[in-house]
Design a binder for this molecule. Structure first.
Ligand SMILES: Cc1ncc(COP(=O)(O)O)c(C=O)c1O
Length: 361
């Protein structure tokens, strides 16, 4: 019997989501696969999807990893280059770069390269994270247009609240972007993320940058991926490692955070915060055993946690437990687990630790 804590990555679902998003996107897709493809494993993701319109990542190391397996695909660095070494590496490896601040333009002016690069010039339309203000943006474009090493210029911005379609900020950001975009009718644009593509279908940008939806997860509150025809790519499972019967008035686990009010049967399962399972789900969520929900009782420990299996018959040590995703008997959406943990699905995917096994099917 093994602890069996495994992330099962369904590559058919990945392909399904990619095909669906490709149909829904008004034009081309940038697949955002930073942070090890949102915890799914960047190598297997790119081997499965092959050469697409474009991949995007946050760090130069992630970009180099993609380039090692695919010499031809377009790769976008979402934060661009941060020093001269990174700029040189970007030129050598034919990476597209986001430029969002004057310091990057200055660096670009010092470089002596015979190669050219595509630049995605980023406007801060209200997110107040990366990006030029309007004035800087216009002067940046003037410099980039004349720069001998700049090939194509793409205009981009990023939404702060596109997951909430009652929030007027998305409309304001779009208007601000389109107002500036008018001055550059020949340049392509990139505006949408997953939420914008699913929630704001009227945008017609050439390059939609989608991450979470590719992995079959919805960023939109009260909506699950299935509502959009997407299929969850990751299923997280573990095994029962012990079963015991306890009497009434018994505390379970650290600090006795749960005390039994009746005799009960509990199972100890092989997942804890050391695997990335949220500690704050203590007594607040369920897993599924044989398709039946089983409530977490007591604190989540580093390596294990206890669940109430009083009503579930014929259990034995080694039986499989669904933590999130789908198995043959049932499903437990990641979006639901994230909402119980008062976090977002992105966090749960990215915080899975290296001791969890990966099984690609
Ligand atoms: C600049 C940028 N574009 C696109 C995305 C993709 O977002 P999502 O995973 O919500 O589609 C991200 C993700 O953080 C991002 O930082």
């Amino acid at each position: 019997m093994s602890r069996g804590t495994t992330a099962i990555i369904n590559l058919a679902h990945l392909k399904h989501n990619y095909t669906l998003l490709k149909k829904q996107a008004p034009n081309k897709l940038v697949l955002v696969i930073k942070a090890d493809a949102y915890g799914h494993g960047i190598k297997r993701v790119i081997q499965t999807l092959g050469t697409v319109d474009c991949y995007a990542v946050a760090t130069i190391e992630e970009a180099l990893l993609i380039r090692r397996y695919n010499q031809e695909v377009k790769i976008l660095l979402l934060e661009g280059f941060l020093d001269a070494n990174e700029l040189e590496t970007a030129f050598e490896n034919n990476f597209d770069c986001v430029i969002h601040q004057i310091e990057q333009i200055k660096l670009l002016q010092t470089i002596a390269s015979s190669k050219t690069m595509n630049i995605w010039s980023k406007l801060d339309s209200g997110m107040n994270r990366l990006g030029f203000n309007t004035e800087q943006f216009q002067s940046a474009i003037k410099i980039l247009e004349k720069h001998p090493n700049v090939q194509d210029i793409i205009l981009m911005s990023h939404f702060a609240s596109a997951d909430d379609n009652t929030n007027t900020l998305t409309q304001k950001q779009t208007e601000m972007f389109l107002q500036i975009d008018k001055a550059y009718p020949t340049y392509q644009q990139s505006l949408s993320n997953t939420s914008a593509l699913l929630n704001h279908k009227n945008l017609k940008d050439e390059w939609c940058r989608v991450g979470l939806a590719l992995f079959g997860v919805s960023p939109i509150a009260n909506k699950q991926a299935q509502d959009f025809g997407l299929k969850p790519v990751m299923t997280l499972k573990t095994n029962i490692i012990a079963i015991k019967n306890i009497g009434v008035n018994q505390g379970i686990g650290y600090s006795h955070a749960y005390v039994s009010t009746k005799p009960m049967k509990i199972a100890i399962i092989g997942i804890g915060y050391g695997d990335g399972y949220p500690w704050n789900l203590t007594c607040k969520a369920s897993v599924k055993v044989n398709g039946i929900p089983a409530q977490i009782v007591g604190r989540v420990s580093m390596d294990m946690l206890a669940i109430d299996v009083s009503t579930i018959n014929n259990l034995k040590v080694g039986d499989s437990v669904l933590v999130w995703g789908q198995d043959k008997k049932s499903e437990l959406p990641l979006e639901t687990v994230a909402s119980h943990a008062q976090t977002i699905p992105y966090v749960l995917l990215c915080q899975i630790t290296s001791r969890v096994h990966y099984n690609y099917v």
